[in-house]
Design a binder for this molecule. Structure first.
Ligand code: MN3
Length: 342
């Protein structure tokens, strides 16, 4: 199981910006959130009976099954974020029920008949820049939901490059999960399981989608958007999907860990490659979500240190000197992403 360390100053920015993470940082035991409105509040788009069954039976079931699966596997120490981020490393009961709990919690919060689209809001501006218009986005969401075979979700999410994108997922998967081909932090979702619409719409998923997309709470989506842009969760997804970082991590662990055992052969053979892969962190495109001065400075330190290490290897420095330098570089690497598993 991987651990991840969030960048501390981000937490400060988070607090200063007045955002409280509503869906992140949830811990065991997980709880069914109260609906922020009455069961009939979304009529006629969604009928009261569907809402009641969906919330009090289906969502409650995911929460109950999630808590049971977590307890059974002794996963109590993992947050909901971690259960989703590394869903592929857990069994399907965790993946399905953690997703079921997260997805429905988001779903309830982004629905309302009283908070229409505002082109002047932050998300409104981003929608117009990215998709051209709200209508174009609606078409994309409708298509994503309509073409998802079987059960699943349609998503509007923030990518690791801080852009908006639309996708769909099967079952209870979502873009936070490592099993998802499209990664990011969701800000709007549409449930396309039959239990979300069958009582009122029967087989007419398209009619349900059209009504649902017109019942989006854009004020909530705007809050989600602004929160997602600076969220530790998005930075974690960015770290986990940054190819150059994953490549460097591989070279680091294959050289550093043997050196801890006194084996300097790997770093003596690969110090040039070590330097080249460190440089790739600077020259290749860094995810915008990670583009901050602290990380850039740490990458600069890593490259400088890797160049010195490479020179020491060329000059056939003794083992002790190499171990010391590699050890320091390993620390710098940890400040960049905190991914390395021991
Ligand atoms: Mn559902």
């Amino acid at each position: 199981m991987k651990t991840n360390s969030y960048i501390f100053p981000l937490a400060i920015i988070f607090l200063l910006a007045g955002f409280t993470p509503k869906l992140t940082a949830q811990n065991y035991p997980f709880e069914l959130p109260k609906l922020p409105y009455a069961y009939n509040a979304l009529e006629p788009a969604v009928d009261a009976q569907t809402m009641e069954i969906h919330h009090s039976k289906h969502h409650a079931g995911y929460v109950k099954n999630l808590n049971a699966a977590v307890k059974e596997n002794n996963y109590e120490k993992y947050s909901l974020d971690e259960l989703m981020l590394y869903a592929g490393e857990f069994d399907n009961a965790i993946r399905n029920n953690a997703g079921g709990h997260y997805n429905h919690s988001l779903f309830w919060r982004i629905l309302s008949l009283n908070n229409p689209f505002n082109a002047g809001s932050e998300v409104g501006k981003a929608v117009n820049v990215t998709f051209g218009s709200l209508d174009s986005l609606k078409k994309l969401l409708n298509k994503a939901g309509a073409t998802r075979f079987g059960s699943g979700w349609a998503w509007l999410y923030v990518t690791t490059d801080l852009k908006l994108a639309v996708s769909s997922s099967p079952n209870q998967d979502n873009p936070i999960m490592d099993v998802s081909p499209e990664r990011g932090v969701p800000i709007l979702c549409i449930d396309v399981w039959e239990h979300a619409y069958y009582l009122k719409y029967q087989n007419k998923r398209g009619d349900y989608l059209a009504a649902l997309i017109d019942a989006v709470n854009w004020e909530a989506v705007d809050n989600n958007y602004r929160e997602a842009l600076i969220s530790p969760l998005l930075r974690t997804v960015a770290k986990e999907t940054w190819k150059e970082l994953i490549t460097f991590h591989g070279v680091m662990s294959q050289t550093f860990h043997p050196s801890e055992e006194g084996n300097l052969k790997p770093i003596r053979e690969r110090s040039g490659e070590f330097l080249a892969k460190a440089k790739a962190l600077q020259t290749e495109k860094m995810p915008a979500a990670l583009d901050d001065p602290e990380i850039k400075k740490a990458i600069g330190d890593l490259i400088k240190g890797a160049a010195i290490l490479n020179q020491l290897v060329i000059k056939k420095a003794d083992d002790k000197t190499l171990i010391h330098n590699l050890d320091e570089l390993h620390d710098v690497f940890h400040t960049i992403q905190g991914l390395c598993r021991h």
